[in-house]
Design a protein around this ligand. Structure first.
Ligand SMILES: [Zn+2]
Length: 196
């Protein structure tokens, strides 16, 4: 999984989020690149794109607002949540596998960053909106967890099998390997992705 960095100019000071309890999922209700969302949100008078991540239909993932900053995506719930937006209008579209897979891995990646499972919610859980659309594969995406990230690493062959016992325990949910170990694996995973 690769996350494309973006280099947006913010028109206001972004505040650091005091806590992170959940991830809120949105759809774009349309199509276009991440810059076009940034520009739309600037026109709303916001500091810039309000989502932390944008997942395009082809499965590519872009950074929006820095993950540690307060977003602008779900009224009354921005102080404790990370916002992910999916390209498309899932009132009528059906999500392709590539986008679904990226969404799941991204959630797993965010949970790994915070070292715990987070609540996964839809925008419509917090207000009168159709977002993210009636066809949005919420249950399938919600199943994502750290386990998905680890499974992906296994399939990519980046995990040291000398430590497989740790991973077995981790996957069975009985315990978690030490954070330093996870970080080392992620680092190796990223190095491998970059060299491809
Ligand atoms: Zn929304």
């Amino acid at each position: 999984m690769k996350i494309f960095d973006t280099y947006f100019k913010w028109t206001g000071k972004l505040l650091t989020r005091p806590l992170t309890r959940k991830i809120v999922l949105h759809h774009r209700a349309g199509e276009g690149d991440v810059l076009s969302i940034h520009n739309t949100h600037l026109k709303n008078g916001w500091s810039g794109i309000g989502y932390h991540f944008y997942v395009r239909k082809d499965g590519s993932i872009y950074r929006g607002r820095p993950i540690e900053k307060v977003g602008a995506h779900t009224e009354g719930n921005n102080m404790d949540s990370v916002g992910i937006c999916f390209e498309g209008n899932f009132e009528k579209d059906i999500m392709d596998k590539a986008q679904l897979e990226s969404g799941r891995l991204l959630i797993a990646h965010i949970e790994e960053c915070y070292g715990r499972k987070l609540e996964i919610k839809r925008h419509s859980d917090f207000g009168a909106t159709l977002c993210p659309g009636k066809n949005f594969p919420f249950e399938e995406i919600k199943k994502a967890s750290c386990d998905d990230l680890v499974s992906k690493m296994f399939s990519d062959g980046v995990i040291s099998f000398s430590n497989i016992r740790n991973w077995e325990l981790f996957l069975s949910g009985k315990s978690r390997p030490k954070a330093e170990y996870i970080r080392a694996v992620i680092k190796r995973y990223q190095a491998k992705n970059q060299s491809q």
